[in-house]
Design a protein around this ligand. Sequence first.
Ligand code: CA
Length: 210
Amino acid sequence: MLAAGSAGAAEQGRLAPFSGPSGAKVLGQTVLSSDVWSTPGRETVVLTEFMTGKKGPADAVEVALDIRGPGGDQARPVATRSYLALLGGPIGGGEITLVDLDWDGTNEIVVSMHQGETTGITRIVMEILREGPDGLFLCWSGPVRINTAGEPSGTPAGERERWSREIEYSKTGASRGGMVVFKKTVQVAAGVPVQPAAVVEESFPMAHPR
Ligand SMILES: [Ca+2]
């Protein structure tokens, strides 16, 4: 089972209360229902992107993750994650997918967003989360899309790169939580276009909460 959405698109058209400041301007919100926590039944997983009210380029937008147990919108989140504090800004364009990456019957929470971008640079980072003894547990994090290949990026010519990673769900699941496996597509490396693009497999260990 896979549920996905984009906080920026807000295509679900309904807004839930969230843990940000009251009155904050919500830019987008994704509300998903799935069993991701040890509370009985399905949880509501909410990714909200909102204006902080601050004016700086690095702190104007927050992306927050809330996991609510039974009780719906009125329930206090069982877990919350503030990405502006955790990753540093600027952040935005948050997306969330709930998917059972280790085939144990409970969905992991996969969050990705633009982070730390400057003019001419694309940088998307991903986190894989699940329940741990002290709340949300980080199984893996890292960049999944980098593009510094354009002239405006200011990156020295010999260091420009463009690549992306996609999770290989079947190979990741077959490792039963041991590894997260990516297909990495490299289009520019060390300033040189790679044609055709190089596709390589990458594996990283997944951390466990015990
Ligand atoms: Ca799982």
